[in-house]
Write a protein that binds this ligand. Structure first.
Ligand code: PRE
Length: 282
């Protein structure tokens, strides 16, 4: 049985993603309050696998998770894309007339900005987790409180759904990374070859330094699927570049890494894995 550390309670999107990625396998979840705790669990018990959200198609990147990933020394062993749909729910005895505030994960609140703008009477309150908000309201009988969470979580905690599919856009997907202790990721991989990698590097402040790296990727026919820059704390106006690439030849990918190595500083391969090619339905 695999043990998977996630941020959030049962019914959270991390829970749904973990069961989706490890479908058909026997898994045990460790529900953590923060992403830091997810990585701490892996550090303490190297056999534990983590699942962390990294970007959302409405709310954007979860920037802190890039740093946690790099600092943790864990390796990316896979990715999973999940269609995210939210409902607003409350205690069965509450209704639209009686709810005054709505609790949820900040990323979930961001995905429902339009809905919240149309309901100025509802005070939005940030919480650790979508499902955790529903659980808290249900267990503590919080009259007048609503939660934004998955329909699954609403049902799990016996909440009444006031409205479903309240996300701003139906094209709402979150990409999760499966992270593991280096050397233990083999047990997670299917026999299929890897075709995607996540890298991080910094660059000298010289004209064209990023453009040279990108040209080399193009020369080796490596497709850049994401680039995210993050400030280097203590080095004003300098950045770490987090890059995702897909390739159809592992050899060419290795040659490409060798070619960009001398142009970059602190180049690190965060993981090589199989891209999630499923197209979750809207
Ligand atoms: O609160 C949850 O249910 C989560 O799993 C967290 C989280 C996130 O961290 O982005 C996961 C997916 C959705 O994008 C919204 C929230």
């Amino acid at each position: 049985m695999k043990t998977i550390a996630i941020q959030g309670f049962e019914g959270s999107f991390h829970d749904i993603a973990a069961h989706g990625y490890f479908a058909g396998e026997d898994i045990r979840l460790i529900c953590c309050a923060t992403f830091e705790q997810v990585f701490e669990n892996i550090r303490r018990s190297p056999d534990i696998v983590g699942l962390v959200a990294i970007e959302n198609t409405i709310a954007g990147s979860l920037l802190h998770n890039y740093e946690l990933l790099r600092d943790s020394g864990t390796t990316v062993a896979g990715e999973y894309k999940l269609r995210i749909s939210h409902c607003i729910c409350c205690l069965p005895e509450d209704s639209w007339e009686t709810v005054a505030e709505v609790h949820s994960h900040p990323v979930a609140l961001m995905q429902c900005r339009g809905f919240l703008a149309n309901h100025p009477e509802l005070k939005a309150v940030e919480a650790e987790d979508t499902a955790g908000s529903a659980k808290f309201i249900a267990e503590n009988k919080c009259r007048g409180w609503a939660a934004i969470c998955s329909r699954q979580a609403a049902e799990m905690y016996g909440m009444k759904v006031l409205e479903d599919q309240i996300e701003d856009n139906k094209h709402n997907f979150t990409r999760f990374l499966v992270v593991a202790t280096p050397g233990r990721e083999g047990m997670l991989r299917t026999c299929r070859e890897t075709d995607k990698a996540s890298l991080v590097f910094s660059l000298p402040h010289e004209e064209g330094s990023l453009s040279q790296v990108l040209s080399i990727l193009s020369f080796y026919k490596i497709n850049l699927t994401k680039i995210q820059s993050l400030p280097i704390i203590g080095h004003e106006w300098e950045y770490m570049f987090y890059v995702d690439v897909v390739y159809n030849s592992a050899t060419r990918f290795c040659q490409c890494v060798d070619a960009i190595m001398p142009l970059t500083k602190e180049l690190k391969i965060l993981g090589e894995y199989r891209h999630d090619g499923t197209n979750p339905t809207i």
